[in-house]
Ligand binder design. Sequence first.
Ligand SMILES: Nc1ncnc2c1ncn2[C@@H]1O[C@H](COP(=O)(O)OP(=O)(O)OP(=O)(O)O)[C@@H](O)[C@H]1O
Length: 288
Amino acid sequence: MLQSEKAILAKGLYRAYNGTIAVDGISFAVEPGRIFGFLGPNGAGKTTTIRMLTGQLAPTSGTAYVAGCNVLTQRTALKQRIGVVFEIQNLYERMSGYENLAFFARLYRVEKKRICEVLEQIQLVGREHEAVRRYSNGMKQRLLIARALLHRPQVLFLDEPTRGLDPVMAQQIRAVIVDLKQQGVTIFLTTHYMEEADQLCDHLAIIDRGKIIAHDTPKLLKRQALLNLRCIKLTLHDEQQITLCLDDRKDNKRLCELIEADHVLSIHSQETTLEDIFIRLTGRSLVQ
Ligand SMILES: Nc1ncnc2c1ncn2[C@@H]1O[C@H](COP(=O)(O)OP(=O)(O)OP(=O)(O)O)[C@@H](O)[C@H]1O
């Protein structure tokens, strides 16, 4: 397939900082209009990857194409085709939401009516003339997404878009993300929340120590893990609950002993979550 047919194509992307390897030769592709989740523990290389894919940091070696542009040699065209929302919020707090957008619309030479379109997309209509400092964190995050959408990017990079938000606000952001996907925008999303990744992403890559260690749909990742991780949950007569892995010899022995001693009240199969898979693969939890 041609590189321009992919929304994102990374080939052997590698970046070191003074000898420290941050991203260790990763390759992956994202189809247009999909939500791609990029997961990893702290220091795994997520931000470095985003910075390379958005043309802010040159790879030490390897190449990447985003929205058909080479991230190293076509940075001007790249900027016009992508939107980026980083975790750090940089809004003009004294200005209204509308004024913030109008400022950037002038900068990008985007027509004014586009401001109303993005306000509607991120559901801020009615609150757009209030000062940003009175906005909730969720509203500020939505405004940042609106700002990144002004120039109609094909690919949107969202770095931890729901971090620190309460469940209602987080759900509003997720609804916006799903809506954008339906409009054909490709989303590259980093998140610490496994349920969010499971709910939103068409594909997931798990990065650890600079390398992609798993890459698939959430469903297939869970199915593979289930094959490798046959676990059951026991409830004992004293109401204690324990999880045992059928592939572990010690656990098998314990299971027989508990049954023989008639300690077991009930046995249930244990559903594997993406969090289980992540811990198994990286030895660490995503939630710090
Ligand atoms: N400017 C820099 N100079 C030196 N080392 C760096 C620099 N930026 C990142 N690193 C190192 O590169 C590795 C990957 O960092 P990166 O910020 O990409 O990880 P991350 O997955 O985004 O982490 P987090 O979830 O904590 O933001 C880490 O070991 C980090 O210490």
